[in-house]
Design a protein around this ligand. Structure first.
Ligand SMILES: O=C(CO)[C@@H](O)[C@H](O)[C@H](O)[C@H](O)COP(=O)(O)O
Length: 389
């Protein structure tokens, strides 16, 4: 049957359709233990194409292969070296070629990705483009992957020197959050992931901030493994609060129709700083430098007391995150804000903290204000600042 023609405009048809989005983010320890079935819960058939981060493969590859063998599933494992410098369309295209070679069945053989946020973003993009969309399952193995990239619907690669310039909104059918992968993560990468958790504490959840203030160094030492009972309780509380808080923000605004997003906190200046500093600054570190700058801006605007500002800097430092960076130069700040204004459709929409745990959005940040804040920020950063490799 033809779609009904528009009575007021003969010869014109308006099409309306809705698509239900439903995806699950599930905490599950030791996902590749043979008695676990979660990874294979989506899809059917006895084959899977699995993209595994190169470093993860070295550490866990044997266990991952044994898992599929145990379940009598033929696995084709593609290993990829994935860091921010390799987050590009070339890497995505190589994965597409491998999918073609595998001969992926379009709906019943979900692509499985095991790796950090960079890799889950790339494979998410590939899956959303391949034959205009094929299901995928994510198993994040880094803290940024677990608490940020792994819970939302954004996929992407860097392009033309810009962060995530090419991407789609495509939810993974299932994301499995297994904190035991963090045991083998370098300390710096644990710190890096905590920055995204701190973001939520600062603009949404003062209890989460308090937990980080109390247990941050222990979480770093124990890498969220629960080595001690106190550390275990703190790890579970922090991971669950961060995931729940993030999803609470994302769910009502999955496609970012609303561009005032509190989870964009720390992401106004950091995309430019991170890309300019490549490969020396990790994502969460760049976010922290941005949060430190905007904490000072918020203090100057009377949104934050001096005591609160100093607490924020102390927590950042205890978490071994940088609170200042030499790239905070006037031209870089101006360029970063300009690019973000374009990204946010012509307005600054900069989230600023209100006290600890609150947020407001502003559109009137000036260049002078930024330069003054960056200068103050430098004096507040520990001397000497954390080394920039
Ligand atoms: O949207 C999410 C996660 O899906 C945010 O929490 C995450 O931090 C985002 O990467 C930032 O908000 C930046 O977004 P964008 O500039 O890539 O659009």
């Amino acid at each position: 049957m033809n779609a009904p023609s528009n009575a007021e405009r003969p010869g014109s048809w308006r099409v309306r359709a809705q698509q239900l989005v439903s995806y699950e983010v599930r905490f599950r320890d030791h996902v590749f233990r043979p008695d676990r079935a979660d990874v294979l819960e989506i899809g059917s058939g006895r084959r899977r194409f699995v993209v595994v981060d190169h470093a993860v493969d070295l550490l866990h590859g044997a266990g991952i292969r044994a898992y599929f063998d145990h379940h009598d599933v033929e696995s084709t494992i593609m290993t990829v070296r994935a860091d921010e410098s390799a987050k590009d369309f070339g890497t995505a295209a190589r994965i597409v070629e491998a999918l073609d070679a595998f001969g992926l069945a379009r709906r019943r053989e979900p692509v499985i990705v095991v790796g950090g946020g960079v890799l889950t973003d790339i494979v998410g993009l590939v899956a959303s483009l391949y034959r205009r969309g094929t299901p995928f399952v994510r198993v994040p193995t880094t803290l940024v992957g677990l608490v940020d990239a792994g819970v939302g619907v954004k996929t992407g690669v860097n392009f033309n020197g810009h962060k995530n310039r090419l991407g789609t909104y495509a939810p993974a059918a299932l994301t499995l959050l297994d904190r035991f992968f963090l045991a083998t993560l370098a300390r710096r990468h644990v710190s890096n992931g905590i920055a995204e958790i701190l973001k939520l504490g600062l603009i949404k959840d003062v209890r989460l901030f308090d937990l980080l203030e109390r247990h941050g160094p222990r979480l770093l030492d124990e890498k969220f493994q629960g080595v001690t009972p106190v550390g275990d309780q703190a790890a579970v509380a922090v991971l669950h609060a961060a995931t729940a808080g993030m999803l609470e923000e994302l769910e009502p605004n999955l496609w970012e129709t609303e561009l005032e997003r509190s989870v964009d906190y720390g992401h106004t200046f950091s995309p430019t700083i991170e890309m300019r500093a490549l490969p020396s600054l990790l994502h969460g570190e760049a976010v922290c430098v941005d949060m430190a700058l905007t904490t000072v801006v918020a203090h100057h605007r009377g949104l934050l007391t001096e005591h609160q500002r100093d607490r924020v800097f102390a927590v950042m430092t205890a978490l071994e995150l940088p609170t200042w960076h030499p790239l905070l130069e006037p031209d870089v700040l101006a360029g970063a804000l300009q690019d973000t204004v374009r990204h946010r459709d012509g307005r600054q929409r900069v989230p600023l903290p209100v006290g600890i745990g609150g947020v407001t959005f502003v559109n009137d940040i000036t260049q002078t204000e930024l330069e003054t804040a960056a200068a103050v920020q430098r004096t507040l950063a520990p001397t000497p600042p954390l080394p920039f490799p």
